[in-house]
Write a protein that binds this ligand. Structure first.
Ligand SMILES: [Zn+2]
Length: 275
């Protein structure tokens, strides 16, 4: 099924290793590559030049070596971790948070789950670094993005990835919320406040505006394909979700079909709610 191609990723599969990306952002790649996590989870270390307190976004999976590597990278910058922030609660981003808090003594901030709560519009200041919270639910209900105005960058977790497209993780994730979140991000990229995206997986996105435009087109195309699949008979199949996945996601590897099924369920719910 033909769809609009995505912008070329800034690094091919196997060629994204993280490292220094912007003046304030360093990426430490977690050793958990898979079809769902792409090159692995990106753990982001954010530090204002000359400051001694850093912010860490998404410590990643519970992998002692990775967590210690992140601490070592922060120390190599002459700093310590002042706060840890989670983009959302999925294990590949958040599972290591508790252990990371033991290693660093720093508080963990996120939406709910007993963490120091964050909400849309909050400004987080650590060591002179300023981050603005942009609520971007849809992939999950607790998904947050973070604008780093000084570097014109947006950290998006799983809401926008560096390669491929994201999953709307039904039933917690919702398509209507996800589309609204893309609009909010498009407002930031369109206005020039955000020029690059630092994603939760995959390489940095140097042209944020082009990637967000692609994401919006992609979602509209997928929705139209789901509508067409239903009209072509999938609506009468014993397992409607599976029948739609087989028709619409024929072009993606079968290992990601379980995730595709979540996105299809989200799309069916979206269409049902709109008659
Ligand atoms: Zn996720």
């Amino acid at each position: 099924m033909s769809t609009t191609p995505p912008p070329a990723p800034s690094a091919a599969v196997g060629e994204w290793h993280g490292g220094r990306i912007t003046e304030r952002a360093l990426c430490v790649l977690a050793p958990n590559p898979s079809p769902m996590t792409l090159d692995g989870t990106n753990t982001w270390v954010l530090l204002e030049p000359g400051a001694t307190e850093a912010v860490v976004i998404d410590p990643g999976p519970l992998h002692e070596g990775h967590l210690r590597h992140v601490v070592a990278e922060v120390e190599a910058l002459g700093a310590r971790v002042g706060a840890t922030i989670l983009t959302h609660g999925h294990a590949d981003h958040a599972e290591g948070a508790e252990r990371f808090a033991e290693l660093t003594g720093a508080p963990t901030r996120a939406v709910g789950r007993g963490h120091d709560d964050l909400a849309d519009g909050d400004v987080v200041r650590v060591g002179g670094l300023e981050l603005r919270v942009v609520a971007t639910p849809g992939h999950t209900s607790d998904s947050l993005s973070f604008a780093l105005p000084a570097d014109s960058a947006l950290l998006t977790g799983d809401t926008v990835l560096g390669r491929g497209t994201t999953v709307v993780a039904h039933p917690d994730g919702e398509l209507a919320a996800y589309l609204d979140s893309l609009e909010r991000i498009a407002a930031l990229t369109g206005g020039g406040a955000v020029t690059s995206i630092l994603p939760g997986h995959g390489p940095v996105v140097p042209d944020a505006s082009a990637m967000v435009a692609f994401y919006r087109v992609h979602r509209a195309e997928r929705l139209e394909q789901v509508r067409q699949a239903l009209a072509d008979g999938a609506s009468r199949a014993p397992d409607v979700v599976q029948a739609v996945v087989e028709r619409v996601y024929a072009d993606v590897p079968r290992e990601v079909w379980p995730a595709a099924a979540q996105s299809v369920a989200a799309q069916l719910e979206y269409l049902r709610a709109r008659g």
